[in-house]
Design a protein around this ligand. Structure first.
Ligand code: CA
Length: 517
């Protein structure tokens, strides 16, 4: 993508930034936040679970419907954001023990080198300690919701009492307030929420009392007409949602009734709580849990799934409430301290999530719910308030976009494109397809797959079973039937395969076989 002539001139002169002054960058990020759980996207949950602060950001900037990850899993999505490259190029292909190789070019190192004061606070999940940040304080691994440990810059763990989302926000605000000098800043405020195991803040436990969360049409998906591997995936609310760990039905609340179904991993959230926190937690969950236990033996399997779905969603959406509060607090700080005009504020999440669609929780698949990433951006002078660009953007685009904003030359091997022209509503040419890859080996039993999505169709290949899948997103937006091999789609299929091959060549993708690298 060509950058604007003005930017090229300004960059060439060593002046910088699209507007001639380096803007601050506030990147607010969460983990596993589905589109459907953001009311600005207008889905069926908007009424029961509004997100007023993310909506406020969207109303004053741009919100992207067609925003995608390149690999729907926590660490790899983050690695793509930091490097502007797909997983096979930055080397962080799956959630792995080996940390991100930060000797390679990364966005924070580049911004730091360009005079930015940089910080990352909260979930990091790239194993090796952050590099390129003047300040960092991150959760170890997945982090904990209650009384979490944060890794300090000296490498030591320090425990803080409170709720992770609030603590992460407090620390981000503290860092913003404590900045000295007039360097522009790049702050990544990154939440654990709403990631599994879905533990809301105490103040939000009762937020959905008496509310019926709408069910998706595919909650009882029978997995017909698609890959044979779907029925073996281990991410089903029915068969893989653990009673105490996920659904918060502790054994002590079951009145001796034997529950069937998965019940592993213990109760790590509860274990970390103070007595006072436990009291409030139990006051909310115990009566409902006991009522469930009393009815349990009379309930049909379908009724149990419906109960689990309600419990899952109320907790998931409860964690989202604290994330939304965080966005509100950070926006208030920017707006009330004269920073609004020269600060880019972004809200995004590392990938989407299944909120009962196909019977699932979790992510991984190239199906829409987990392929999509929420992306909301406010950039005064660039984005138009309330705009909803239709272009297909991807997480590899964030780095080149922010580099252009900062007036920094984009390295040639970056695979993403700067979105500045799209944000301005002036893009003359833009990509018509995105490339996807998923490399995990067996977690949740979702097989590796590699594909392409255009504005209207999707094609992917599963090397393990040598299956192709193809979806007509216009006529089958819920992706309930693969049309691969159907006569009437033969022309589209040919074109998609050609486009897939073209992208694989452009991105220098590895061979189409199971990768153990
Ligand atoms: Ca994630």
């Amino acid at each position: 993508m060509r950058r604007s002539i003005l930017t090229v001139i300004l960059t060439g002169l060593g002046v910088s930034g699209v507007l001639g002054k380096k803007p601050n960058i506030l990147f607010i990020f969460s983990d596993d936040h589905a589109h459907r759980a953001i009311s600005a996207y207008g889905g069926d949950l908007a009424k029961v679970a509004p997100t007023p602060h993310i909506d406020r950001l969207a109303a004053s900037g741009a919100i992207f419907e067609n925003s995608f990850c390149g690999n729907s899993i926590c660490g790899p999505s983050r690695a793509s954001i930091l490097t502007g490259k797909h997983s096979h190029k930055n080397g962080f292909m799956r959630n792995q023990r080996k940390g991100l190789d930060q000797t390679q070019w990364t966005l924070p190192k580049a911004l730091q080198g360009a005079g930015y004061e940089t910080a990352v606070i909260g979930k990091w999940h790239l194993v090796s300690n952050p590099v390129g940040f003047d300040y960092w304080e991150v959760l170890p691994g997945q982090g904990q919701y209650y009384n979490p440990d944060f890794i300090q810059m000296d490498g030591k763990l320090k425990r803080f009492e409170g709720y992770a989302t609030d603590l992460t926000t407090d620390k981000a605000l503290e860092w913003l307030k404590g900045r000295k000098g007039d360097q522009p800043f790049f702050l990544m405020c990154q939440h654990k929420a709403p990631h599994r195991d879905f533990a809301p803040a105490l103040r939000h436990l009762s937020a959905f009392n008496g509310v019926e969360i709408p069910e998706p049409a595919s909650l009882f998906d029978d997995y017909q007409n698609r890959s044979v591997t779907l029925k073996n995936n281990e991410m089903e609310i029915d068969r893989h949602f653990h009673w105490a760990y996920d659904a918060k039905v502790r054994k002590e609340h079951r009145g001796g009734v034997k529950f069937s179904g998965p019940d592993g991993y213990g109760t790590p959230v509860y274990s970390r709580m103070t007595d006072e926190q436990r009291k409030k937690w139990d006051a909310h969950f115990e009566p409902e849990n006991r009522a469930l236990a009393e009815n349990y033996e009379k309930m049909t399997p379908k009724e149990i799934v419906k109960w689990k779905y309600q419990r899952y969603m109320k907790n998931y959406l409860g964690t989202v409430k604290a994330v939304d509060d965080s966005v509100g607090r950070l926006l208030d700080y920017v707006d009330q301290n004269g920073l609004a005009d020269n600060t880019i504020v972004i809200y995004a999440s590392d990938q989407g999530f299944y909120l009962g669609e196909h019977g699932w929780y979790d992510k991984r698949w190239m199906f829409e719910q987990s392929l999509k990433m929420p992306f909301v951006i406010r950039w005064p002078g660039v984005t138009k308030a309330g705009s909803k660009p239709k272009e297909m953007i991807q997480n590899i685009d964030y780095a080149p976009t922010l580099l252009e904003a900062a007036g920094v030359e984009v390295p040639k091997d970056i695979q993403g494109d700067s979105m500045v022209s799209v944000l301005k509503g002036e893009a003359k040419e833009w990509r018509k397809s995105i490339y996807y890859s998923y490399y995990e080996l067996g977690i949740h039993n979702v097989p590796q797959h590699f594909g392409v999505r255009t504005e209207t169709h999707k094609l992917f290949y599963l090397p393990k079973t040598k299956e192709w899948q193809m979806f007509d997103l216009v006529n089958d937006p819920e992706e309930m039937k693969s049309v691969y091999g159907e006569e009437k789609y033969s022309k589209v299929q040919r074109e998609l395969k050609k486009e897939f091959e073209r992208l694989r060549e452009v991105y220098e993708a590895p061979p189409l076989e199971v990768s153990r690298k």
